[in-house]
Design a protein around this ligand. Structure first.
Ligand code: SF4
Ligand code: SF4
Length: 88
């Protein structure tokens, strides 16, 4: 948790995911669970999230700090997910 916090504060990114893995690091919102509370939007300072047409969206996924995933704990509804960094 502390290392994630430091990455978030400093904006330091881990090494990129394997180039063969098409998934880009960053959050994905499960809209079946999302309650549109905007906690993730209010928490992240990197403009990853935005509000469009009254709905929280992942607007700038590439802004996400690789290896951070702190907003995962901010979402009380389990609506966020991130790529599996251990996937080969
Ligand atoms: S993991 Fe969440 S809080 Fe961290 S930079 Fe990415 S969107 Fe922002
Ligand atoms: S914190 Fe979770 S429930 Fe709230 S807007 Fe973000 S994804 Fe949706």
């Amino acid at each position: 948790m502390l290392s994630k916090l430091l990455k978030f504060i400093k904006g330091e990114k881990d090494k990129p995911l394997d180039k063969n893995v098409e998934e880009t690091w960053g959050p994905t919102i499960d809209y079946d669970r999302c309650k549109n509370c905007a906690s993730c939007y209010n928490f992240c300072k990197y403009d990853v999230y935005a509000i469009e047409n009254g709905r929280v969206v992942v607007k700038n996924k590439s802004n996400c700090i690789e290896g951070c995933s702190l907003c995962l704990d901010v979402c009380r509804y389990g609506a966020l997910s991130f790529p599996d960094q251990n996937k080969t």
